[in-house]
Design a protein around this ligand. Structure first.
Ligand SMILES: [Zn+2]
Ligand SMILES: [Zn+2]
Length: 336
């Protein structure tokens, strides 16, 4: 990780805009690139960013120069039917892309970023939503919410959330909107378990590898109705599958790159399990999440534990990767 001077970006087409970035965050999924598991050398990272539009192409209509906008981490062509319905994951015009994950598509951990299909991936930031709150609407709050949405949570039911990083915390908080009677919160880190307990969940310490047994204990052997997996590791996805009751739903939002994940077919068959794994269609969530923030029902900015100038991004990555200093989420400010 290094911070370098590069040429300013130029418009990517008539529907494109240039954003002067005001805040950007480091994501858990950036660590896959940091470790070279995906991507390659020389990628301009960053898919969580907000800022002011400084230039637009002639076809941009819904946002304009001078608007302060948040930008969806996931963007489609902007013109096909799914994109027009704010569902870029189903884009038929080239498929969804995530900023800052390939050499060709530069990200927003930068002073300026070029955004394609600006009308579909930018949202003008409402007055009563802060910059820090807006950054969290570009990916991880929508991702956590997608985990809850796909978990088929019914009023009075029992939910388990695996992984209590920022995305898991958001999954937990948005799961509560569906009215479950209990949420079991699983992690190995004591501070994370304490935070979940403070939010009203029942902490389950997984540090000895016995999470499934504890969940079955806590549910009289039945298992939970819904499990949300916010880690992306084979082990936690397997634990989630083993923790749900017959007829239950597993909702995976952690990033897992294993093409040969061992799904226990006999169990899925005999217990009629449903597994959903989904990349988030960020813009589809804004109508739900923006009012929750604007009216004070959600305070997502509480996840930011570290705020650094962009020039110190390398330190930010190191701290985040090594989980130093109680870090949960790192915010970077390009103006400093
Ligand atoms: Zn992210
Ligand atoms: Zn499209």
């Amino acid at each position: 990780m290094s911070v370098e001077n590069v040429p300013d970006p130029t418009l990517l087409g008539a529907d494109s805009a240039i954003i002067a970035v005001e805040r950007t965050a480091i994501c858990g999924s950036d660590l896959h690139l940091y470790h070279g598991e995906i991507g390659g050398q020389g990628i301009h990272l960053g898919h969580e960013f907000v800022g002011t539009i400084v230039e637009t192409g002639p076809d941009v209509r819904r946002v304009k120069k001078g608007d302060r906008v948040l930008v969806s981490a996931v963007v489609g062509c902007g013109h096909c039917d799914p994109c027009l319905a704010r569902d870029p994951v189903l884009c038929t015009g080239g498929g969804p892309r995530v900023f800052g994950t390939t050499l060709e598509f530069h990200g927003g951990q930068a002073e300026f970023c070029a955004v394609p299909a600006a009308d579909s991936c930018c949202l003008a930031i409402p007055d009563n939503v802060s910059l820090e709150q807006s950054v969290l609407l570009t990916d991880i709050l929508p991702t956590g919410y997608t985990g809850a949405m796909n978990a088929n949570i019914k009023p009075g039911s029992t939910v388990a959330v695996f992984g209590l990083g920022p995305v898991g915390v958001f999954a937990l908080q948005t799961a509560m909107l569906y009215g479950p009677s209990r949420i079991l919160a699983i992690d190995r880190v004591p501070e994370r378990l304490a935070r979940a307990a403070a939010l009203g969940a029942e902490p389950i310490d997984a540090s000895d590898g016995q999470a499934v047994a504890r969940i079955l204990d806590a549910t009289k052997g039945r298992g939970v109705d819904s499990a949300i997996e916010a880690v992306g590791a084979d082990a936690t996805i397997t634990d989630a599958i083993l923790s749900v009751a017959a007829g239950g739903t597993i909702s995976v939002i952690g990033v897992n790159m294993n093409m040969e994940f061992p799904y226990p077919m006999p169990l899925a068959f005999m217990k009629r399990l449903t597994l959903k794994a989904a990349l988030v269609s960020v813009p589809a969530t804004w109508d739900h999440l923006v009012p929750l923030i604007a009216n004070g029902k959600l305070q997502p900015e509480e996840v930011f534990t570290h705020r650094l100038p962009l020039s110190q991004a390398a330190d930010g990555y190191r701290i985040f990767d090594k989980r130093e200093d109680g870090v949960l989420k790192v915010l970077l400010d390009p103006s400093e």
